[in-house]
Design a protein around this ligand. Structure first.
Ligand code: PMP
Length: 366
């Protein structure tokens, strides 16, 4: 066979060199090795994971499950039925995904052709950018107001004849604030698809699902098991879609993107709601203690949060230096360099002992 020497780069799509990969954090084990501690001794407050882990019933269910050699049900009927009961919507409105990330992609594939406009309110979740670029969208971030509230008039003004989708994370990552239901209701009156991303719903208790129950036909609500249920590593998200969209959406979705392990884990989590909800309560209580401790440092200004993390402005010193100093104490936090967040850190809420170690390390910096 003749060897093709020139490679295939000339065959790539024309915008390939402009695509932005989603940043890949250093693996926990690598980081632990680099600072000379065991992985279990790292205080990991950089990715909004659940510091209490998953339900013990998940481990048990995965241990005894006998059918991992068989393909999962591509419609995930059992899980979808249980999610319908959990959310209180008909199961015919639910699609599960390989994390809510997959559903963000699926929605964009379903609605967006190259050049169509996709909007969000920034700063916000970075994967919207990556996924919107992947479909060639004209993706625009409408700057949020002084308290990171959605600038509704500016957002509405940016909606033009080619605007297909508006993504609103509520609570928003990384700013932590939920979007008022009135804002969502007003957007639902416009001729666009409104995607309300409720990855942190269980921490805020505020949801747009009521509009779905009332029959909103241009609303999709996204949820995930990554945060409240501690399944970030198993990848399980779901969306509440208008029932009429579900068949066409499923026609674009890979049939087996959600693995059987994720389905088993999701079902076991739904069997253990009191346990998981008790951990959510612990996280909410700890969030208040963390906020007070951060404010007391004198160089961090925490923003209000409806989620399991707190965004802080760093005042009078560099966020990068604070992050690097914490890393030396085996503490991971997230730093941003995007507009409005040039000198900010996002700190996930951990267990009380994590807060203690973080605050002690921050005190050493003063
Ligand atoms: N939406 C938001 C707002 C998020 O913060 C995240 C996770 N960081 C996701 C979606 C993706 O979650 P998942 O793990 O379900 O893909």
């Amino acid at each position: 066979m003749a060897k093709i020497r020139s490679g295939v780069h000339h065959l790539l799509r024309r915008d390939a060199s402009h695509l932005e990969a989603y940043p890949a954090p250093q693996p926990l084990e690598d980081f632990a090795r680099s600072v000379g501690v065991a992985p279990g001794d790292v205080v990991k407050l950089d990715q909004n994971e659940n510091p209490y882990g998953c339900s013990p019933r998940v481990r048990e269910a995965l241990k005894v499950y006998e059918w991992f050699h068989v393909y999962p049900d591509p419609l995930h009927r059992e899980l979808v039925a249980r999610l319908g009961a959990y959310v209180d919507v008909p199961p015919s409105q639910i699609i599960v995904g390989n994390g809510s990330d997959e559903l963000i992609e699926l929605i964009l594939h379903l609605f967006v052709e190259p050049g169509d406009r996709v909007l969000s309110a920034g700063p916000t979740f970075g994967y919207y950018t990556t996924a919107a670029q992947a479909v060639g969208a004209d993706y625009r971030l409408i700057p949020r107001g002084p308290r990171f509230e959605v600038d509704e008039p500016a957002l509405i003004q940016a909606i033009d004849g080619r605007t297909k989708v508006v993504f609103l994370a509520s609570p928003n990552n990384p700013t932590g604030n939920a979007t008022p239901q009135e804002t969502i209701e007003r957007l639902l009156g416009l001729d666009v698809l409104v995607v309300v991303d409720e990855a942190y719903f269980e921490f805020s208790g505020q949801s747009a699902v009521g509009f779905a129950r009332d029959g909103a036909e241009n609303l999709i609500v996204l949820r995930t098991f990554s945060k409240w249920a501690g399944l970030a590593g198993l990848r399980l998200g779901y969306g509440i879609f208008p029932a009429s969209l579900v068949p066409v959406a499923l026609s674009l979705k890979p049939p087996y993107s959600v693995g059987q392990a994720a389905e088993v884990a999701g079902l076991a989590s739904l069997d253990d709601l009191p346990y998981l909800q008790a951990n959510v309560k612990l996280i909410l209580a700890e969030r208040e203690r963390l906020r007070d401790g951060l404010a007391a440092t004198g160089f961090l200004t925490p923003h209000p949060s409806d989620a399991n993390f707190i965004l802080c402005d760093v005042v009078g010193r560099s966020a990068g230096e604070v992050q690097a100093a914490l890393a030396k104490s085996a503490i991971l936090v997230r730093r941003y360099d995007s507009p409005r967040l040039e000198n900010s850190l996002r700190i996930s809420v951990g267990r009380p002992e994590h807060t203690d170690r973080l605050l002690a390390a921050l005190r050493d910096l003063t």
